[in-house]
Design a protein around this ligand. Sequence first.
Ligand SMILES: *Cc1c(COP(=O)(O)O)cnc(C)c1O
Length: 436
Amino acid sequence: MDGIKNAASTRQIYKEMGISKEVYDYGEKVWNSLKDRWDEIDALSEYNQLKVIGAMQKNKVSEACLLGTTGYGYNDLGRDTLERVYADIFHTEDALVRPQITCGTHALALALMSNLRPGDELLSPVGKPYDTLEEVIGIRPSKGSLKEYGISYRQVDLLPGGGFDFNAIKGAINEKTKLVTIQRSKGYQTRPTLSVERIGELISFIKGIRPEIICMVDNCYGEFTETLEPSDVGADLIAGSLIKNPGGGLAPIGGYLAGKKECIENAAFRLTSPGLGKEVGASLQVLGAFYQGLFLAPSVTANALKAAIFAANIYESLGFRVVPDGRESRHDIIQAVTFGNPDGVIAFCQGIQQAASVDGHVTPEPWDMPGYDSPVIMAAGAFVSGSSIELSADGPLRPPYSVFFQGGLTWQHGKFGIMKTLQKLVEKNIIMKEFG
Ligand SMILES: *Cc1c(COP(=O)(O)O)cnc(C)c1O
């Protein structure tokens, strides 16, 4: 097939899939301006791919590791080897990678609850943490929160320009401060995501005041978006979800912690039981997916980065506020687009849903989700329920009415999804048909 015929047939299949000529041409124009960035991302995923393969080879991952255990899960070769692989990728002393960790919030709650004791204080020097952590900490009252156990909390907001408020951080650290939690990704906010380099600066500052403070990083959505991870720049403990980046779209459940031996031991004793720790916890049938997903994760994360950059450039060129902007460097896979009204958020999410290969026929509506304090609309037609490394979008329905877009196991799917959002916004007259 020659190039011209190929372009014509691609346009034709987009048309059959509901994308008008105007939307398609606009998308192509934007994409053609981005090809240099694609080289940069391909180089990143090449580096991280070798990092993952190297860690697997070093730990002699074998066919037997892909089999699971049942019952207590004693001597689970695959589970124990996978934890060493994670520890090597993140350059930490140890790791805990388990299907019994149900999600990212659980991984973070586990890290906090196991490493803090009554009378200790938790500090967030980067502003309000992710919504679901508000109940974990007790910022919003909840059964079993850290607050109920006598663990206090302090927060120092970022400066208006997004910088760290070093003076206030210094002032907030006291003899009770046991653990500092740093969220890498912006979550449902429009602040910039922290680069690994900036996280390193913050950790050095904190360790300079009191070296024994545990520095923990919420690594959700950040894994493999750079060549370094927060644990390479001094973090004692990092945590994340396997249905985001490191699961590569294949992990059907799970979370991980990686860090200092003592921090991981505390977490293991809390997850299972004092005395049992890492020794129990059957891996059932998930190890094959955990390993293969980890193997694919650098490449899947790169596809998600491409989709996010494409979205940023499309919506920025149409005059919407986008974070990060179309050109800046990336430190997570999330793209925020601010519409300023609920209709834009809803139309965007409906467009993403219409691009899905699973549940592409359903229409997402806002609902009151557990753990969130305002209605949230979520678009996800996922093979793994709720997986947000798969093409997905969500947004709380509250000002400034931003949508948060992430994922795409393949770049081609991400591109189609963004084209669908644009089509939906045109159909609902939220943007003009004659754009571009
Ligand atoms: C997704 C996310 C979480 C929580 O993860 P869940 O798996 O949804 O519970 C925590 N922090 C950040 C920054 C996240 O992106």
